[in-house]
Design a binder for this molecule. Structure first.
Ligand code: C5P
Length: 400
């Protein structure tokens, strides 16, 4: 599910990060949302209503008593047709108001009068964020079912540094998209492997596989969005882990195996997306092997353990999903691999179509046959995969 057609009320409160919310408004509109902006008076010190109006293509609202709204009911009218209210930036003062049910301007009143869910993106000075009063308010908001995005850590406009920066517009867009995903794996624990592994030949040379890690990271993100607790064991890649996932960085297949062994107990789902090196060098050189040291250089390779097969054979194994990148005969190889590994589900693609790309065209193989997912961005393929996993697990549960 994408953001196309979603009706968002974007509330801006007083904070310098308000200028970034203009970018968020633009990104939401670009994603197909209908965006209605409401600004507090303090927000207008940082960004003008005209900016929001131009970016959203609709009136930006400021005043509880705006005569353009019928019956003077702006606080009701403006939120009733909305799917979600997003407050970005959400100042410490505004969070305190919402936590305590105060309603003394248009935005706080319509938040109190809302029927739709609320997501807030806090932005404030590091001391304000860590103040016990703000901590208390945050706990109250969480108890009240308010979703909280961020804040991030880093340099602040005031010159101090720490937690309190608003998340970047692109990250907030991801948070909003995540908010709308069905929580198919709520309460489940999911372990994902991603990326390549590196097997040292000497201190500067490695044997590795071509893998960007994008598909594995997309699977971890989709599982998070579906409400799961996610651990992501990844080989060397330059990608940011999805918000809220526990990331474990490894280099070799042996390290990946150790990390999986340590994390797998209690997991409900294991998705092995990593392109694990099938072999490692039996005796890596302690020092760099000089050019010309060998006319013909022969390396002894020993087989690495098959992590997925090991997990699948455990007593009380999690629901196991394998990946297969093939260069030909996709169905034939995928079916054989699924049988060989003894797993209920395998996702396969042609390597030449997916490597390093943002798009993929997966086909899922399970007991009922094959299910092509069509071509699309890796995150959408990952969401379909997670939905398939949830459906198979639910069916398994029903059979038990
Ligand atoms: O056997 P093959 O490497 O083709 O199988 C691919 C699947 O097995 C992927 O899901 C991959 O993550 C997993 N795998 C693994 N450990 C290995 C090799 C592959 O978990 N040593």
């Amino acid at each position: 599910m994408t953001l196309e057609g979603k009706r968002i009320l974007l509330g801006l409160t007083g904070g310098v990060a308000a200028y970034k919310s203009a970018e968020l408004a633009r990104a939401l509109v670009k994603a197909g949302c209908d965006v209605r902006a409401v600004l507090t008076e303090s927000a207008t010190r940082f960004v003008g209503a005209a900016t929001l109006q131009a970016l959203t293509g609709q009136t930006a609202w400021l005043d509880l008593w705006d005569p353009r709204v019928a019956n003077q009911m702006a606080h009701i009218e403006l939120s009733r047709d909305r799917d979600l209210i997003v407050i970005a930036p959400a100042s410490a003062d505004f969070l305190a108001k919402v936590a305590n049910g105060l309603a003394d301007d248009l935005l706080s009143t319509l938040v109190l009068a809302r029927r739709c869910p609320l997501l807030v993106a806090p932005a404030m000075n590091v001391e304000m964020w860590s103040n016990p009063a703000t901590r208390r308010n945050l706990l109250t908001l969480q108890d009240d079912g308010v979703s909280i995005a961020g804040p991030a850590s880093g340099d602040q406009a005031c010159g101090e540094s720490g937690l309190g920066r608003m998340r970047e517009p692109a990250e907030l867009l991801d948070d909003i998209e995540a908010f709308f995903q069905p929580k198919l794996l709520a309460g489940k624990r999911v372990l994902v492997t991603a990326g390549p592994t590196e097997e040292p030949i000497d201190p500067v040379r490695v044997i590795t596989n071509a893998s960007s890690g994008k598909m594995g990271f997309a699977v971890a993100r989709a599982a998070r969005e579906a409400g799961a607790e996610v651990t992501l064991v990844t080989g060397p890649v330059s990608l940011a882990a999805p918000q809220g996932a526990t990331r474990i960085d490894v280099r070799t297949a042996a390290e990946m195996f150790d990390a999986v062994k340590a994390a797998v107990a209690g997991c409900d789902v294991f998705v092995a997306v990593a392109a694990v090196s099938d072999y490692r060098v039996a005796h890596p050189a302690a020092q760099k092997v000089k050019r010309g040291a060998h006319r013909t250089w022969r390396l002894d390779l020993v087989e690495n353990p098959d992590i997925l097969a090991w997990v699948a054979k455990r007593p009380r194994a999690p629901f196991c999903v394998g990946f297969a990148a093939e260069s030909e005969k996709l169905g034939e190889h995928a079916r054989a691999k699924r049988r060989r590994k003894g797993i209920p589900l395998l996702a396969a693609n042609l390597a030449q179509e997916a490597l390093g790309a943002d798009d993929n065209a997966l086909t899922l193989f399970d007991d009922r046959g094959e299910h092509p997912l069509g071509r699309g961005p890796k995150i959408e393929q990952a969401r379909k995969l997670i939905a398939h996993v949830a459906a198979l697990m639910a069916a398994q549960g029903r059979r038990r």
